[in-house]
Design a binder for this molecule. Structure first.
Ligand code: ASP
Length: 431
């Protein structure tokens, strides 16, 4: 098999749009057996999948694809051409994706998992240099983009904040972008102004990735959020179509939720409950964009309890005080805090709680509470960890090396820990 059995099976389930239970029934095996084939190889419970199953699954998927081909003209060409924007291999907005192309990107992310879990190394980007240009605070996005590039064999140069870049001397975005293009092979840019990353992108032909442009978009975060939801749903035996997604917090300035709801809208029959304090509602144009598609229910609330009722996913966000202009609000009141007690009371035991992070843990911030920290429903660290395989997939696709990764992998020479954090039941074995 060209890919690992886990990648193969996850891809098959996604293409067939089947839950684990239904997929197991369709191929005539016990759900428990399927679960053991999907575990990471390092897990004690892992089992090899019989070859006859592989042949059978391949046949089912191929038949399905053949039918789909007659129903709609098949997509063709490299993924980076299909998601290109203005003819360039750049990632500026989630609007560049269709459901098919986003799932194709996730198959590449699945291939990256053994590298992200420190079992394998690859050098497909050897010699390539990433320019990480962050003009706003960042921990996860900056480090995980850098680490993702390094784990593919590339190296990283970065500049942080305005103070230490020539923008402090009045240099324009155009000049900065053009100059950087002569030094590096791809750029990730974070900037406080909406639309500024697109301006950087216009001045260069090298791949540019939007790492967050003001209150605009944060496409790589939304991609890893969606990847997390699909992975967690697979473990829980749920499908995304028809799910209830509750998004809470600062929906006005939170760029992660702007990107996420647009991306989720590629699925079918979702119920969105948009819960925010008065004055921090989701921008009307985004709501209208989703409503126009006519396939989702959208409800707006100012009460956490009402909006969370029976949610499958609770996506909490931080108050983006740094973007406030004339808002009176200081922060969340206690009744906006997503706590264990509220989640227990409002949602089923298989709900998942996500947050793009950072959460504000200071006294009185009332952001996502820490009392869910050891609760398996809290997916925030698995979500943050997924930043690596998803961002590796973004680079591999934009630089056109995604088909080289599988054969380039070698075993690591060091001994990584099997549990990277105290709350990892199995290091991502909740697969
Ligand atoms: N890290 C995310 C962002 O850069 C979320 C946040 O800052 O609240 O948008």
């Amino acid at each position: 098999m060209a890919v690992s059995q886990q990648v193969f099976l996850r891809d098959a389930m996604r293409r067939l749009n089947l839950t684990r239970d239904i997929f197991a029934a369709r191929i005539g095996v016990k759900r428990r057996a399927l679960d053991t084939w999907l575990l990471p190889e390092a897990s004690q419970e892992f089992r090899g999948m019989p070859e006859v199953v592989q042949r059978f699954v391949t046949e089912i998927v191929e038949n399905e694809l053949l039918l789909a081909k007659y129903a709609q003209s098949a997509q063709s060409g490299p993924l980076r051409d299909r998601i290109a924007t203005n003819g360039k291999h750049q990632l500026l907005s989630v609007e560049q994706f269709t459901r098919e192309s986003v799932e194709e990107l996730f198959s590449v992310a699945d291939i990256m998992q053994p590298i992200a879990r420190r079992q394998k190394v690859s050098r497909v980007l050897e010699g390539a240099v990433l320019g990480n240009l962050f003009f706003e605070a960042s921990t996860r996005t900056r480090v995980s983009f850098g680490a993702a590039f390094c784990r593919l064999g590339g190296s990283v140069c970065d500049t942080t904040g305005f103070t230490f870049s020539s923008m402090a001397k009045g240099e324009s975005i155009y000049d900065t972008s053009r100059v950087m293009s002569g030094y590096v092979d791809a750029m990730v840019i974070r900037h406080p102004e909406q639309g500024s990353v697109a301006e950087f992108a216009r001045a260069t032909n090298i791949p540019v990735v939007n790492g967050g442009d003001g209150a605009g978009e944060h496409p790589s975060q939304a991609l890893l959020d969606l990847y997390t939801i699909l992975t967690e749903f697979s473990r829980l035996g749920k499908l995304l179509d028809g799910a209830h997604i509750a998004v809470t917090g600062d929906l006005k300035y939170g760029r992660t939720v702007h990107s996420l709801v647009k991306l989720l809208a590629l699925y079918r029959g979702l119920k969105f409950t948009l819960i925010s304090p008065p004055g921090l509602e989701m921008p009307a144009e985004i709501i209208e964009q989703i409503a126009r598609q006519g396939k989702h229910v959208i409800e707006q609330y100012h009460s956490l309890e009402e909006g969370l009722k029976d949610a499958d996913v609770i996506y909490a966000t931080r108050v983006q005080k740094e973007r406030f202009s004339d808002e009176q609000l200081e922060g969340y009141t206690a009744d906006f805090q997503v706590s264990k007690e509220v989640v227990d009371r409002c949602c089923a035991p298989d709900a998942i709680v996500l947050h793009p992070l950072p959460r504000d843990s200071r006294e009185g911030a009332h952001d996502l509470s820490t009392d869910l920290n050891h609760d398996p429903r809290l997916g925030i660290f698995r979500q943050a960890d997924n930043g690596i395989p998803v961002r590796m997939a973004i680079f591999a696709v934009l630089l056109g090396v995604e088909n080289l990764v599988q054969h380039s992998m070698r075993d690591v020479t060091w001994s990584p820990p099997s549990h990277i954090g105290p709350e990892d039941a199995v290091f991502h074995g909740m697969y």
